[in-house]
Design a protein around this ligand. Structure first.
Ligand SMILES: Nc1ncnc2c1ncn2[C@@H]1O[C@H](COP(=O)(O)OP(=O)(O)OP(=O)(O)O)[C@@H](O)[C@H]1O
Ligand SMILES: [Mg+2]
Length: 395
């Protein structure tokens, strides 16, 4: 059911081609919650490992997948890399013993982490990163220039998802910047990093190392185009009809409704379509089914809200007046709104409005325009959409 993303796929294929030929290309993929970042990575992986052909033929990269949580520190991260490489490459005896030797420093980290050596102090991140870069370069050179009986590889691609969750202790920006520079010094030119996360990840990377952003090609994942939305609906219908005994059809108006309500958010398309299918009882999904499925109690909006936005709206914001400010801002979706415009519609005091804007900015729910005084906008368009529609439903 994967739709669209032609440009993102072409750019990535080109990046693989470049990396295979010794000009490593790194990607930073950002986009709002549920827009399709992880799904894009799931498609990138087979392109990199050769299970799906690219425009430049079948690639043959070793791929390492990882996803970051707030608890991930440098040591866990390196252990994941070590484990991933051994899993992917360790099937051949000679490579396995090569890896064990080259990555022996990980053993040291494990011992330190387990506290067996009681007096050992945690190692400097610099030293660990240095060891890692060296081992990675050795590994990459070995697999691209294999010894007898070993299979050649194009290089290594790291997929790092949920990078917005990175804690400052992970030093992610610094890590990537130093590792890529050191790889170059060690003549290792076939390693690619692909990092995905919410737009906040940009700030996290540059906080960790100012110029770390410069190494990336930045791909912003956007809403699906109209024809892609239709494609998702139609694929879903034919898959449904393949597995169900009773056939279901869908009217053009219903498709169009799902498409516009979703605003191109793939998870919204799925949810609106699912709820319409659920409510339909005559074999044809009509516009009415879509609307009832979307706005009814327990319908699409409720489900989406519960999954993605409810905690932001109810738990992180304690005051009803702050929520009023958000509702006013949500009318403009995620476009910049002047404080004076909000004030016109806001029924609370000036002070409350000022406090609300400050608190919401601090919690990164809204953004303050850095280049224009007194302008704010909702951080996520999807969240704005949800607030807007959720409010409408209550009315
Ligand atoms: N291009 C696409 N075509 C069809 N469906 C898609 C596409 N992209 C994503 N989806 C669907 O939308 C849903 C959300 O996608 P996904 O989990 O990839 O988003 P995400 O950006 O990684 O979200 P999060 O920020 O929560 O990690 C998934 O169920 C996925 O199957
Ligand atoms: Mg994701």
């Amino acid at each position: 059911m994967f739709a669209g993303r032609i440009n993102e796929i072409n750019t990535f294929e080109h990046g693989l081609h470049q990396t295979r030929n010794g000009s490593p290309t790194h990607f930073l993929i950002t986009g709002e919650r549920g827009i399709g970042k992880s799904s894009l990575l799931m498609l990138y992986k087979p392109l990199a490992d050769g299970s799906i052909a690219t425009e430049y033929g079948n690639m043959n990269f070793v791929t390492i997948n990882t996803s970051i949580s707030p608890r991930t520190n440098l040591n866990t991260f390196i252990k994941i890399i070590d484990k991933g490489l051994k899993r992917e490459l360790g099937k051949i005896e000679s490579v396995r013993s090569f890896l064990n030797e080259t990555w022996s420093f990980v053993q040291r980290i494990k011992i330190m982490d387990s506290g067996i050596e009681k007096n050992s102090v945690a190692e400097e991140p610099d030293l660990i990163i240095d060891d890692l870069a060296y081992s990675l370069a050795e590994t990459c050179n070995r697999i691209t220039n294999p010894e007898k009986g070993e299979q050649a590889k194009d290089g290594i691609v790291f997929f790092i998802d949920e990078a917005d969750a990175a804690s400052p202790e992970l030093h992610l920006g610094y890590f990537i910047k130093i590792v890529t520079e050191m790889l170059q010094q060690h003549n290792c030119t076939n390693v690619m990093f692909v990092i995905a996360g919410l737009p906040e990840v940009i700030g996290k990377l540059s906080d960790s190392h100012e110029s770390s952003l410069r190494i990336f090609h930045h791909l912003k994942v956007k809403e699906l185009l109209k024809e892609d939305r239709y494609y998702v609906i139609e694929q879903g219908m034919s898959e449904g009809n393949r597995v169900n005994q009773d056939l279901t059809t869908i009217s053009d108006e219903a498709k169009s409704r799902i498409s516009t309500l979703s605003e191109g958010y793939p998870h919204f398309i799925q949810q609106f379509a699912y709820s319409a299918f659920d409510i339909n009882d005559d074999g044809e999904i009509s516009e009415h089914d879509v609307l009832a499925g979307a706005f009814n109690e327990g319908g699409a909006l409720d489900s989406i809200g519960r999954r993605y936005y409810a905690s932001q709206y109810h738990e992180q914001i304690k005051s009803d007046e702050y929520r009023d400010v958000l509702a006013i801002m949500a009318e403009s979706l995620s476009a910049w709104v002047k404080k004076s415009e909000i004030r016109q519609k806001f029924t609370g005091s000036d002070q409350t409005l000022t406090d609300a804007l400050k608190a919401l900015t601090n919690r990164k729910i809204i953004l303050k325009n850095p280049s224009k005084l007194g302008e704010y906008r909702l951080q996520q368009r999807g969240f704005a959409l949800w607030i807007k529609m959720f409010g409408n439903r209550d009315k």
